[in-house]
Design a protein around this ligand. Structure first.
Ligand SMILES: [Mn+2]
Length: 406
């Protein structure tokens, strides 16, 4: 007797391939499944697309039959088709491992913390991707470099008293490190034969999974283009998402090439925010530290709130606040070029008149204290522009300060 793979085990568990775009066109009676790895497209009935969407998270065949009111023999061919074309994956006992395959454990974990586990609250993930920056891809090496630097310097912080920070920050960091709920997942694995679209999709899937597990990720870039897939993933879990964006640039810049490249569908380090603003779940974006001639008339959305460098200076050491909404979830994206290039030279697009570290710390106090921060990224550190260790040191100090508020 011929038995199909799909029904051999009693109640198999399936999961949708992580690399699909599914478009359902009810009115036309057909749907399209696009595999972004090999470029293949499949026209299927809306029911088949719905079945595939049902398996977005791991689900058993029995649950599918129950949910859709189907008989097993009527669905066998469809399941086989989906399996044969790798649109659907049968989850083995190592099913969970699928998620971790795309992240390679770091040889030297940052601050000497532990490796990934499901229960950890704060999860650091390196995203060594720099090709979204049109000026220099060197930032892609940063997640490797910072771990190496940190290890050589002996920064194992498990029992540190964080005396080099002010008392409040030290207290927050001590509690975070002593609870052992900060881990270093490792770096996103990127192969040279992968396209940027494919790599962005991997970032998106990892971020989506971390938020699905109710964890709080801290992503280490990489250039600023990585933030869009991360924010897109956050939006799946937070329908009222707010963004705090530290940067010298608004990153809502379009170039004439943006329209040539796939009709504006692609994104890069200079326009990731335009794409983030277009997400309906993103309600408001607060941009801090914007300055310089490249922002001479930059405001493109009602959701976008710019706090200019010169306005911030006037408020920073006064009791004045920035009146950000309370009790809403915030994602924080931090571009290291918000800091003055004389303080931190290692970045591809330096702009004069940035913050010093004392101002930066104060700005964190005024914007992040008491907020619900669901995760953050720290991007655009690029040691190609700094042959000293200054940028590494600025990164570690500012990263820890930022982390202390999360
Ligand atoms: Mn920038």
């Amino acid at each position: 007797m011929e038995t199909s793979n799909a029904v051999v085990s009693k109640n198999p568990v399936y999961m949708q391939s992580p690399y699909l775009d599914i478009t359902i066109l009810e009115s036309l009676g057909k749907s399209t499944i696009h595999n972004i790895v090999n470029g293949k497209s499949y026209d299927v009935s809306p029911l088949v697309a719905q079945i595939l969407l049902f398996f977005r998270n791991q689900e058993s065949l029995d649950n599918l039959l129950l949910q859709f009111g189907l008989e097993e023999e009527n669905i066998t061919k469809t399941i086989d088709f989906l399996l044969d074309n790798k649109l659907l994956v049968q989850v083995s006992e190592e099913g969970w491992e699928q998620f971790t395959i795309d992240v390679i454990a770091a040889k030297n974990r940052l601050f000497g913390v532990g490796g990934y586990h499901k229960k950890a609250q704060n999860v650091m993930v390196g995203i060594p991707f720099g090709k979204g920056n049109g000026k220099s891809a060197g930032g892609g090496e940063f997640p490797f470099q910072i771990r190496e630097y940190s290890q050589k310097a002996g920064y194992y912080l498990g029992r540190s008293n964080f005396q080099c920070f002010d008392a409040e920050t030290a207290k927050r960091l001590q509690s975070k490190f002593s609870k052992n709920d900060l881990v270093d997942f490792g770096n996103l694995f990127i192969s040279t034969n992968e396209s940027p679209a494919f790599i962005y999709e991997k970032m998106y899937k990892i971020a989506d999974k971390l938020w699905a597990n109710k964890q709080t990720p801290a992503f280490i870039g990489g250039d600023h283009s990585i933030s869009f897939p991360l924010i897109k993933a956050a939006a799946n879990h937070y329908p009222n998402l707010h963004i705090i964006h530290f940067d010298a640039h608004t990153d809502t810049y379009t170039s004439r090439y943006d329209n040539i490249n796939h009709w504006g569908k692609t994104h890069h380090y200079g326009n990731f925010m335009t794409h983030a603003l277009a997400l309906p779940q993103v309600k408001n974006v607060y941009q801090f530290g914007i300055r310089g001639m490249s922002n001479i008339n930059e405001k493109s959305s009602e959701k976008q709130h710019i706090f200019w460098r010169h306005e911030i200076s006037e408020k920073l050491f006064t009791p004045k606040t920035f009146d950000l909404p309370k009790n809403v979830p915030y994602y924080v994206t931090f571009d290291i070029d918000v800091i003055d290039p004389t303080v931190c030279p290692g970045t591809a697009t330096p702009i004069p008149n940035g913050f010093n570290l004392r101002e930066m710390k104060k700005l964190f106090d005024k914007t992040l204290a008491g907020k619900q921060i669901i995760g953050f990224d720290f991007v655009e550190a690029n040691n190609d522009f700094d042959k000293t260790d200054l940028t590494n040191q600025v990164f570690l100090e500012v990263f820890l300060q930022l982390l202390s508020y999360v």
